[in-house]
Design a binder for this molecule. Sequence first.
Ligand code: AMP
Ligand code: TRP
Length: 346
Amino acid sequence: MTDQPTPAYAGPERVLSGVQPSGALHLGNYLGALKKFVALQDQFPTFLFVADMHAITVWQDPALLADQTREIAAAYLAAGLDPKKAAIFPQSAVRAHAELAWVFNCVARLGWLDRMTQFKEKSGKHKERSSIGLYTYPVLQAADILAYKATRVPVGEDQKQHLELTRDIAAKFNNDFNAPGFFPQPDPMIQGPGARIMSLRDGSAKMSKSDPSDLSRINLTDDADTIAKKIKKATTDPNPLPEDAADLDGRPEAKNLVGIYGALAGISSAEVLKQFGGQGFGAFKPALADLAVESLAPVSDAMRRFLGDKAEIDKVLADGAGRASEIAEPVVAEVKRLVGFWPGRA
Ligand code: AMP
Ligand code: TRP
């Protein structure tokens, strides 16, 4: 028996991803995540949740959290997600996430979590004052993914390590509970030009909700003037754009702006440079601002429209939670059986 190859996962393809309701969405979220979801919803059953359980790993005002959750749902819809195709729901409304997370807390090893760089970044100097939830955050993320046996997880580059941990947890669970091929090895769909959008102020830091400078990011809700102003003020170097994409190396700010242009236009950096190589930022920045406004204005308009109809958003979220539960509940029931919880395995 032991030298039999482990059977590969044979279940259906499913796409799953989540975004935390912990601040305004920015261009990095849009290009690294939302835009990719839209392309996938026509190809595979798609599950998109609002990660409110992850959000409370750091303090969230209880008076605001539900509306922040609705905002992310509105952004999903505004980006072009169709709630009839993709199930859109709050993480906390599907209890499978929490139930599976507990089992995975007992599968994952302390040494694995000790390596997680996001915890180190987020806990900063005061590790002992962080919540335990912040530490075990990647285990909950593994549960989010595997409760649906998701095979494809479109995320930005910053989530790569969490996806590797998810794969390790899946493999160890299958192995520990003698259930070869039970959980898939999910594919982190990180590739693509928007995977790592950097701050407009500092080409070595990622664009982030938590950056204290609002000039560092373009928010999905920024108006046209604000977008143009932020791009105009973006840090650059004094040289013209190169003809060759390889010459962007060592010029992080230039590389980022060219990357953003390409991601918005759906073309490669090389193609952007075919058009703008040899030109200065004085010419490139206005073109980028126009493209950003043109791409984001419909999204922010739609977002405002959706947010005006809270009842409709709540309907989408409740319906999505129901459909998500239908997939996740049987997976968790099977996990409980494999673990040997009452009434036992037989
Ligand atoms: P978060 O806002 O941290 O919940 O992230 C939601 C999604 O956006 C995740 O898939 C992230 O990987 C992605 N994301 C966040 N920041 C960036 C960025 N600067 N560039 C590309 N993707 C990002
Ligand atoms: N940790 C992700 C982020 O901060 C959000 C998230 C939670 C997620 N659970 C997930 C993403 C499951 C993909 C799959 O961006």
